[in-house]
Design a protein around this ligand. Structure first.
Ligand code: NI
Length: 163
């Protein structure tokens, strides 16, 4: 089922989400629905708060060669190093993009859909997407991470959208 995506101004996107205590059938259905929703919107990542649920679930599909879509429950960044700049957008902020400074490499722990522990060592785009989606679980949008110059660019994008 395709779920409605909520937008920037919705308070759900600005508060921390709760950890999943058990990978129930409801969680698995939510993950399926999130994949359907992300595919339809041609996104490369989606976090549960973006479909109105303040729980710690993300899905990722970088659509790159050799990469497979995956879900991650209760993801946690346990190591981060280096820096990279990437021009990000977000399905909850349509029409807006800005360059965000992120860690170049991250190690993320979490659970898969079977409740098994998984560990992901990520760099480049995958590292960006993981950091962006995990931010959603903490109530942070990429807009909150822009420097002044990038913020001004986003304001211009908003004005164009209004014209
Ligand atoms: Ni986003």
């Amino acid at each position: 089922m395709i779920l409605p995506i909520i937008y920037e101004e919705n308070p759900i996107l600005h508060r921390p989400s709760q950890p999943v205590t058990a990978v129930t059938n409801d969680i698995l259905i939510l993950i399926d629905d999130m994949f359907e929703t992300m595919d339809q919107s041609k996104g490369i990542g989606l976090a549960a708060p973006q479909v109105g649920k303040n729980i710690r679930v993300i899905i990722v599909d970088t659509q790159q060669k050799k990469s497979k879509p995956f879900a991650l429950i209760n993801p946690e960044i346990v190591h981060a190093e280096g820096e990279q700049l990437y021009e990000e957008g977000c399905l909850s902020c349509p029409g807006l993009t800005g360059v965000v400074k992120r860690a170049a490499k991250v190690t993320v722990l979490g659970l898969d859909e079977n409740g098994n522990d998984i560990k992901i060592d990520a760099e480049k785009l995958l590292a960006v997407v993981l950091q962006h989606e995990i931010d959603h679980l903490d109530g942070i949008l990429f807009l909150d991470r822009l420097n002044e110059e990038e913020k001004q660019k986003v304001e211009k994008q908003r004005n164009v959208a209004k014209m």
